[in-house]
Write a protein that binds this ligand. Structure first.
Ligand SMILES: *Cc1c(COP(=O)(O)O)cnc(C)c1O
Length: 233
């Protein structure tokens, strides 16, 4: 299927999920995750109306940004090494993977103005996943205040890899509750409006539970291995 067709399908499913949960589909941003695909495929997505691109490595991010930077907003969604911050700063509209103070410090140092960041939370507690526990996230966000260029725009999580809808829903609901709690604190440096959650296999549940950003790769642009081979050296 072409990208345009995939987008129509995904938008329709998001609209259904919004209907169920009494939400406005305009409040859900679709981020096309292009890490598995070529620049041509990413371009096809932008031509088809995608306004947000997500990449998880700096090489892929820069390659797509160099070509499409003016035509879409760019989201850095992967774990970010401190020494790579300088490569993406000023280019990433959002960094979804803020998970430690040393990273906040480096972003703050390199930034020329406010940088919108999402704090990555490991809701499920799986060892293999990056991110802070919900308890740690609260302390972390209050400590980030010292870094004046960091704006905590929201929270991000990756759900466990499962088809068990109850498990997924529980994970997304917990992230929403944490977001609500932080938002209600009305911290000037942490408006915390965004919930970045939901991928190809679970975005409908995520939207029902309040996602404002879904990160969709395979179901939107497909998965061809050419760039993965290039990246994995
Ligand atoms: C790859 C990736 C996605 C998209 O995954 P799909 O299952 O292909 O939709 C979303 N979020 C993050 C952080 C990713 O690394």
């Amino acid at each position: 299927m072409g990208v345009a067709e995939n987008i129509r399908e995904i938008r329709a499913r998001i609209a259904d999920a919004c209907l169920i949960s009494n939400r406005d589909p305009d409040d859900v941003k679709i981020i096309a995750v292009t890490k598995y695909v070529s620049l041509e495929r990413a371009l096809e997505a932008v031509d088809a109306g995608v306004a947000d691109i997500g990449e998880n490595r700096d090489e892929g991010f820069l390659r797509k940004w160099d070509a499409l930077g003016g035509r879409a907003a760019f989201h850095f969604i992967g774990s970010l090494q401190t020494r790579k911050v300088k490569n993406i700063i000023g280019k990433a509209d959002y960094i979804h993977s803020l998970d430690r103070l040393s990273l906040a410090k480096e972003i703050d140092k390199r930034a020329d103005g406010k940088v919108k960041c999402l704090v990555q939370v490991n809701v499920s507690g799986e060892e293999s996943k990056h991110g802070l526990t919900p308890e740690e996230a609260l302390d972390f966000i209050s400590e980030v205040k010292q870094y004046g260029n960091i704006l905590i725009a929201g929270l991000m999580t990756m759900a466990p890899l499962t088809d068990d809808e109850a498990v997924l829903r529980d994970c997304f609901r917990k992230l929403r509750e944490l977001r609500n709690k932080i938002r209600s604190m009305k911290l000037p440096h942490a408006p915390c409006e965004e919930l970045s959650m939901g991928m190809s296999n679970d975005y409908e549940v995520a939207v029902e539970e309040g996602a404002t950003m879904v990160r969709i790769g395979t179901a939107l642009v497909g998965k061809n291995d050419m760039e993965v081979q290039e990246d994995e050296h």
